[in-house]
Design a protein. Structure first.
Ligand SMILES: [Zn+2]
Length: 144
């Protein structure tokens, strides 16, 4: 029986991934010789030299999962929420933005430059926070 799996481009092999810090499934992408095999990690998509996994003491799943957990920053979470608002906004209900108007939260506005927007916060009687496709902008309201 062969001790080593025969390397072939396109096959899946278990290899050590430096990025994942674990033995993960890799796809063979290039072979120069049996000792110089390039593989791509299916978990993190990084390309590197094939490194045989150690048979003992390599914890797989738990470590991989930890490395993959991406925590959203509060800003990213907020912007996701706003994106949803924007997607749900009905353009038919949008009113043309005017600096002299007074707005309420969730009002849908149409801005000549930024396009469709949703009022997310009333900052003070003369300032509102509006989410546009470009991001959140502070706008003037109730200008006398
Ligand atoms: Zn990896």
């Amino acid at each position: 029986m062969l001790s080593k799996k025969k390397m072939e481009i396109g096959i899946e092999v278990e290899a050590l991934c430096n990025k994942c810090k674990a033995a993960t499934v890799h796809v063979v992408v290039a072979i120069k010789s049996q000792d110089m095999v390039r593989v791509m990690c299916k978990t993190c998509q990084s390309l590197h030299r094939f490194k045989a996994p150690e048979s003992k003491g390599v914890k797989k799943a738990a470590k991989v999962q930890k490395a993959q957990k991406v925590k959203l920053t509060p800003e990213a979470r907020e912007s996701k929420k706003w994106n949803k608002l924007l997607l749900a906004a009905d353009p038919e209900k949008a009113v043309a933005y005017s600096m002299s108007s007074v707005y309420a939260e969730n009002d849908i506005i149409q801005h000549t430059k930024f396009g469709l927007g949703v009022v997310v916060k009333i900052l003070d009687p003369s300032k509102i926070s509006v989410v546009f496709e470009d991001g959140v902008k502070n706008m003037v309201q109730n200008l006398k």
